[in-house]
Design a binder for this molecule. Structure first.
Ligand SMILES: [Fe+2]
Ligand SMILES: [Fe+2]
Length: 278
């Protein structure tokens, strides 16, 4: 097991701009989509992990499941804070959050625990190759962005790398069938894609005082094609039977971020452009 650290960091994301990185409006929108998505998804995962605990017999798996749930609960809480800051500026965005939460409530009520654990394990496995690509190209994506928001996202992505195999381990312990997980991959990917599309469409109709390219540009257009291909192949491979994220190549930045955390640096302002408050 991985000995996860549960970190509480005070991010100042109550009043950040919707386009928090003016050098990359489309990427700002994509990360805002993640914020609204994460509040629903990670609350759902916390609920699922709590349900799974009754069926975990191995103390090491239990320890991992509890630490994993605690990390995810803090992620949901901080992204909720970010979403609230955006809702304060565009009150109609409350409806987007409500729709996301309602959609996860419906999934939770409609399927058994086995499905939820497959969903959690499968989606978490996708995160490692995708967030590795984002962190590898952090200068282009986050460098000119508001440090409050950029630091929130690099924290979240580093912790996703850290607990990359937790949900998979819980799934294997409680359910154990690779084929059940693979069989349901299409269904949960369709659900997450649907939510991402819904959130973006709602943004487009509610938040209109942004540059036109915010909704039309490729948010990952600044990432070289080879890196996008490598990430896409990693995402595909992450759903193969017997794939285990624990063995995946990690972004170099993770070690740097962890070193900064261990050195006691202010992680709430660790990346991006800080604005003087004096
Ligand atoms: Fe998370
Ligand atoms: Fe996660």
């Amino acid at each position: 097991m991985t000995g996860l650290t549960v970190r509480q960091i005070d991010f100042d994301v109550d009043e950040t701009d919707f386009i928090w990185n003016p050098a990359n409006p489309a990427f700002s929108v994509l990360m805002n989509q993640i914020t609204f998505f994460v509040v629903g998804f990670e609350k759902y995962m916390c609920r699922v992990m709590r349900d799974a605990e009754a069926r975990i017999a191995d103390p090491a798996v239990m320890e991992e499941a509890v630490a994993f749930r605690r990390q995810e609960a803090i992620h949901a809480q901080k992204h909720n804070q970010h979403a609230r800051g955006l809702i304060a500026q565009y009150p109609a965005l409350q409806g987007v959050l409500d729709k996301t939460l309602a959609s996860y409530e419906e999934v939770y009520q409609s399927y058994p625990l086995e499905y939820h654990l497959a969903y959690a394990g499968g989606l978490e496995a996708i995160f490692t190759p995708f967030f590795r690509m984002i962190l590898d190209h952090r200068a282009a994506l986050f460098g000119e962005g508001d440090a409050n928001v950029a630091s929130l996202f690099v924290w979240h992505f580093c912790e996703e790398i850290e607990h990359r195999s937790s949900a998979y381990d819980v799934y294997n312990h409680v359910v154990g069938s690779h084929w059940f997980r693979i069989r349901n991959t299409g269904a949960f990917q369709k659900h997450t894609r649907g939510l991402f599309d819904m959130i973006k469409l709602e943004f487009e109709s509610i938040v209109q005082d942004v540059p036109a390219e915010a909704y039309s540009d490729n948010p990952l257009g600044q990432i070289p094609v080879w890196a996008q291909l490598r990430s896409a192949l990693g995402v595909l491979a992450s759903q193969f039977p017997w794939h285990d994220s624990v063995n995946q190549p990690l972004p170099e930045y993770y070690d740097e971020w962890l070193g900064d955390w261990q050195a006691g640096k202010d992680m709430s302002q660790i990346y991006g452009k800080t604005t003087s408050t004096t």
